[in-house]
Structures are given as structure tokens and as C-alpha cells.
Design a protein around this ligand. Structure first.
Ligand SMILES: Cc1ncc(COP(=O)(O)O)c(C=O)c1O
Length: 378
């Protein structure tokens, strides 16, 4: 993917890659359904476009975190079953039900509120959440989970639509806590299935889905993997996943820098010998993290070049060497591939001491998301 004209900062999103990633995950799921998680604007990739691509790739459900995200997808014409994963206030609940979304519930008082807000002709569909060890949303008490489901079954305006849990350590392959959570969930899931055979039982996120067939149940909720990012933080290509997003900018200027001279705030870098520095017109205001200062590489003319000096809100400086072939208006790849070189979101995450989720989701709204200009060469 190479830009033909300079763009200050642009994220090229290949929705074809999202579709192919979903098809690959769906094939691994066999009879279980794929729920594509498109919260936080599709992990920074664009929620509506990715939702459509995920459905084309075989996803039959979508999930978001907030009622407003559900309403946005409905406004954009998305018609699939849609689950709101987050906790909801009364106002959120009203919005989520207007968007005909399924809801997560684990307390009877919330179920009662949902029963009151929902109307008889369109019951609120509740997914009861068991907290098997994540320690966030959900009840730790299986009896409470079953009570909420029974309440939903008895109420005219509710429906027990699912039972779910969420894993805390599925991405840590050596962690046995994953197996403990699965062992806590499985008997409750069996009882729930017996009582509500029409409901859908789901537990797995991307890493759980890839690591354990036993975690698939009726559906897996996959986010990070559908975007071609590695849930284990290493290399997505090892799982056959295609990264869908590239982050590009361009060389706004090239200037000579001599030893003793510095670039950027705080004067954190000075060259040991004469060199040239390229200035890119994007920065942490675009989500290119300041923690990458003096650490990350970008790609220009097919080669890795080191980010030098402190990353600013709107500028990044890069050492392009003496006698440089780099010219003003050259395309710069900050995430993505040029020729044989590739800078992945996972690489940036390691350098910035974070996770690929945050690298992708952190690309700010100031960066337009566009389809790739040139089709990817396989
Ligand atoms: C409840 C829940 N399920 C599924 C997911 C998707 O996780 P992943 O992106 O690791 O596939 C998330 C994301 O954070 C989540 O909060």
C-alpha cells in the first residue's frame, strides 16, 4: 500500500483483510458463531466498514461496548444481532433498546429496570454474565446468574438470550488461570443450556478462541484478531491473520544536522556524526505515541529509519543518514510494510510498553481512515 500523493497522516484500512480474517476465524469455529467486536470505532479501524466486512466474512453477531456505539451502527444501516458489552445507565439502556441491541445483565435490579424500559412487543434480550475470574462485570455467584435468567424468562418484556463470561489471561499461554475460569464456567453453561436451549452461550475472545476449542461454546467474541492483530502480541502472520491497517505520513522536510545540534523538545538527541533528519507532520496528537521517541523505526524508500528526538504532538523527526536518498514528499509508513520491511503494531506496542490494542485504538480521530490506494500484493 503506497500513497501516490502526500497525505499528512492517513490510516489505510483494508476491509478485505478484515473479511478474510473473519472467514479464517469462522472456519476455525466450525459450527459456533462468530461475533465481531467493533467497539471503540472498530479498534480504531472504523466500526461501520469493519462491521460490514466482518459480516461478509461470516460473522453473524456484532458487539460494541456502549449504547451510543450500537445506535451509530444502526444509523449506518447495520442490521445484524448486536450485543452491547458494557454496563448501562437507564439512559444507556433506553438507547440500547431503541437500537434493538442485546444487553448484558447480572443483577436482578438491572433486569427489573430493563423489564420496565422494554416494551412487550420487543422484549429486551439479556445475556447473563458470570464473573469467573476477570473481576470486572458479572456476578461471581452462579445462583445469582441463574436467578437473573429465571427472572428474564418469567418477565413478559425480557428474554434470557445468552450466558457469557470473559477470560482474564487467555493471551498468556502458560497461565493455568484460563483453565480455572473455563472449569468454573462450563457447569453453569451446561445448566443454562438445559434450561434455555434457544439461548447462546459464549466466553471466548480472540486469544481464547485461538487457544482452546473447549472455549468456543456457541459463539466466540473476537475483536483484535479480526483486524489482523495478534491477540498474543507477537506476530499476527503466524496465525494466518492479515493486518488490516497501515499508518502513513510523508516527509515534509529534510535538513542537515551536525554533531552538537539537537532536534525536538528537551534536546534528547544529537547525532554522533553529520546526518540528515526528515520531519514528518504527525505526532502523538495523531496517536503516534510519545513513548516511541528515540526507539521506533519508520519505513521510507523501503528501509527502516530510526525516530530520533522527542515525538511532538504534530511532528516526528527521523534520522535518514548522510548522503540520503530520502526526499521531500516521500511516503512514510509508520505501521505497515514497504517492500520486504514491515513495522507492526505489535513491534510498536513492545517499544512503547503497551499492547497492540492500544496502538490501533489510539490512532486519533484526526487521522482519516481511507481504503488502501493500491491493492496489497500477496
Ligand atoms: C467482554 C469482551 N468480549 C470480547 C472482547 C474481544 O476481545 P479481543 O479483542 O481480545 O478478541 C472484549 C474486548 O475487550 C470484551 O471486553
Amino acid at each position: 500500500m503506497t500513497a501516490t500523493a502526500p497525505a499528512r497522516a492517513v490510516a489505510y484500512v483494508d476491509t478485505g483483510a478484515v473479511e478474510r480474517n473473519c472467514a479464517l476465524l469462522k472456519a476455525r469455529l466450525q459450527d459456533a458463531e462468530l461475533c465481531a467486536v467493533v467497539k471503540a470505532d472498530g479498534y480504531g479501524h472504523g466500526a461501520t466498514a469493519c462491521a460490514a466486512a466482518a459480516v461478509a466474512g461470516g460473522a453473524t453477531w456484532l458487539a460494541v461496548a456502549t449504547a451510543a456505539e450500537a445506535a451509530d451502527l444502526r444509523r449506518d444501516g447495520v442490521g445484524e444481532r448486536l450485543l452491547v458489552l458494557g454496563a448501562l445507565t437507564r439512559a444507556d439502556l433506553e438507547l440500547a433498546l431503541t437500537a434493538d441491541a442485546d444487553l448484558v445483565a447480572w443483577r436482578e435490579d438491572f433486569a427489573r429496570l430493563a423489564a420496565e424500559v422494554a416494551s412487550g412487543d420487543r422484549p429486551a434480550r439479556l445475556h447473563v454474565k458470570l464473573d469467573t475470574g476477570m473481576g470486572r462485570l458479572g456476578t461471581r455467584d452462579p445462583a445469582e446468574a441463574l436467578r437473573v435468567a429465571a427472572f428474564a424468562q418469567a418477565a413478559d418484556t425480557l428474554e434470557p438470550a445468552g450466558l457469557m463470561t470473559h477470560f482474564a489471561t487467555a493471551d498468556v499461554l502458560e497461565s493455568r488461570f484460563f483453565d480455572e475460569q473455563l472449569a468454573r464456567f462450563t457447569p453453569v453453561a451446561e445448566e443454562f443450556r438445559r434450561l434455555y436451549p434457544q439461548a447462546v452461550v459464549h466466553a471466548a475472545n480472540s486469544s481464547a478462541m485461538l487457544r482452546s476449542r473447549g472455549a468456543h461454546f456457541d459463539m466466540a467474541r473476537c475483536g483484535i484478531a479480526i483486524y489482523g492483530l495478534d491477540p498474543f502480541g507477537k506476530d499476527a502472520l503466524e496465525h494466518g491473520l492479515e493486518p488490516a491497517l497501515e499508518l502513513h505520513s510523508y516527509v515534509a522536510d529534510v535538513k542537515e544536522v551536525a554533531p552538537g545540534e539537537t532536534v525536538g523538545y528537551g534536546r534528547t538527541w544529537s547525532p554522533p556524526s553529520p546526518t540528515n533528519v526528515a520531519v514528518l507532520p504527525l505526532g502523538y496528537g495523531d496517536g503516534y505515541r510519545r513513548a516511541l521517541s528515540n526507539k521506533a523505526d519508520v519505513l521510507i524508500r523501503g528501509r527502516r529509519r530510526r525516530v530520533v528526538g522527542t515525538i511532538s504532538m504534530d511532528n516526528v523527526t527521523v534520522d535518514v543518514g548522510p548522503d540520503t536518498d530520502v526526499r521531500r514528499h516521500d511516503d512514510v509508513t509508520l505501521i505497515g510494510a514497504q517492500d520486504a520491511e514491515r513495522v507492526s503494531a505489535e513491534e510498536l506496542a513492545r517499544l512503547a510498553d503497551t499492547i497492540n490494542f492500544e496502538i490501533a485504538t489510539g490512532i486519533s480521530p484526526r487521522v482519516p481512515r481511507l481504503p488502501p490506494i493500491a491493492p496489497r500484493v500477496p
